[in-house]
Design a protein around this ligand. Structure first.
Ligand code: SAM
Ligand code: SF4
Length: 325
């Protein structure tokens, strides 16, 4: 089996595939201008994804996460999951806002989905609405309940924390882990929405501050052993069922452990979330030998993967909703 190694010696094992730039939410940190409501549907077809996944597996990629925009808006998602299963991808996951999860979960599981990560930025309905640009948490909770009922434990929830938006929710979100088998993971807000730099600095809450608030409320957290290459550091309030996690890409960058590449919904290979360099896969997808041509592009892209991305405020060519989270 081949492996894909970048020029800094990191092995690329994970591929994130954005299946659409569209979204039914407009979270402040991701899509403040509501581009997800306006951009055309993603252009990657099921056929494109089939070739890319085959090429990736042939290069040793073992994990594929479908994302967006909101991946559940893409009706062909089960077909894409099924072909990842056929290609023998070991770990097939989605990241979703879960608004459509309850209804779509059976077809996704039948297709071969293993894991689901859900975004949930607030417990309070008013704060949730503000954070998501008008969304409702009711269908999200129906999706979470469906996963719990089916025993798909632990359910991983992601919350991006912004001062003045949802920092008041930190302890309420952490408290969910007292009785439910959830991993509530607090993510530091990254400058991926082209926010005004001063506004960004004001809204940014470092992971250590989030942790301090949790410990102030519930006492000292105990570490849960975790895969050192995973971005989240996990902890527990002693005796509680679930866990809280901290993903600190800004205050504690983990670029040295990065094992990822991304495919955007318009078929660009993006070696680093925090760097705008992208490689157009369209010519390779139309090549007479697409899998070989795509693999060559993967090698080129891996060779150009930067050692670390830009975490200070900078104008990005696209916001997070269009990159794929
Ligand atoms: N719509 C799906 C969802 O919300 O889970 C998938 C796409 S979303 C872009 C994927 C992840 O990116 C979410 O967990 C979201 O919280 C995270 N994200 C988006 N913008 C971010 C930012 N500026 N900083 C940190 N995380 C961000
Ligand atoms: Fe949509 Fe997810 Fe971005 Fe929120 S974080 S706007 S749900 S893509």
């Amino acid at each position: 089996m081949k492996t894909l190694v970048d020029q800094h010696g990191r092995v690329v094992r994970d591929l994130r595939i954005s299946v659409t730039p569209r979204c039914n939410f407009r979270c402040t940190y991701c899509d403040p201008l509501g581009m997800g409501h306006r951009d055309p549907f993603g252009t990657v077809s099921v056929r494109d994804v089939a070739y890319v996944v085959d090429a990736a597996v042939g290069l040793g990629i073992t994990s594929v996460r479908f994302t967006g925009g909101e991946p559940l808006l893409r009706k062909e998602l089960p077909e894409m999951i099924a072909l990842a299963k056929t290609a023998k991808v070991e770990d097939i996951a989605i990241t979703t806002n879960a608004t459509l999860l309850k209804r779509r979960l059976p077809e996704l599981l039948d297709a071969g989905l293993h894991r689901v990560n859900i975004s949930l930025d607030a417990v309070d309905e008013g704060v949730f609405k503000q954070a998501t640009g008008g969304g409702s948490s009711k269908p999200v909770w129906e999706g979470i309940d469906e996963l719990l009922t089916r025993g798909l434990h632990p359910v991983k929830l992601n919350a991006v924390v912004m001062r003045g938006v949802n920092d008041s929710e930190i302890t309420k979100l952490a408290a969910l882990t007292q009785t439910l088998p959830l991993h509530v993971r607090f993510i530091e807000y990254m400058h991926l929405n082209n926010a005004d730099s001063e506004q960004y600095q004001k809204s940014f809450v470092p992971g250590w501050e989030i942790r301090a608030l949790v410990e102030q409320e519930f006492g000292a957290l105990e570490a849960v052993p975790t895969d050192p290459s995973a971005p989240a550091r996990l902890f527990k309030v002693p005796g509680w069922i679930g866990a809280v996690g901290f993903i600190n890409p800004v205050s504690e960058p983990f670029c040295g452990l990065c094992s990822r590449m991304r495919l955007t919904s318009d078929a660009k290979l993006r070696p680093c979330l925090l760097n705008d360099r992208e490689f157009d896969l369209r010519p390779a997808l139309e090549n007479a030998e697409p899998v070989t041509a795509i693999q060559e592009m993967f090698l080129v892209a891996a060779h150009r993967k930067v050692a670390s991305g830009i975490t200070t405020p900078t104008q990005r060519a696209r916001t997070m909703v269009a990159i794929g989270g």
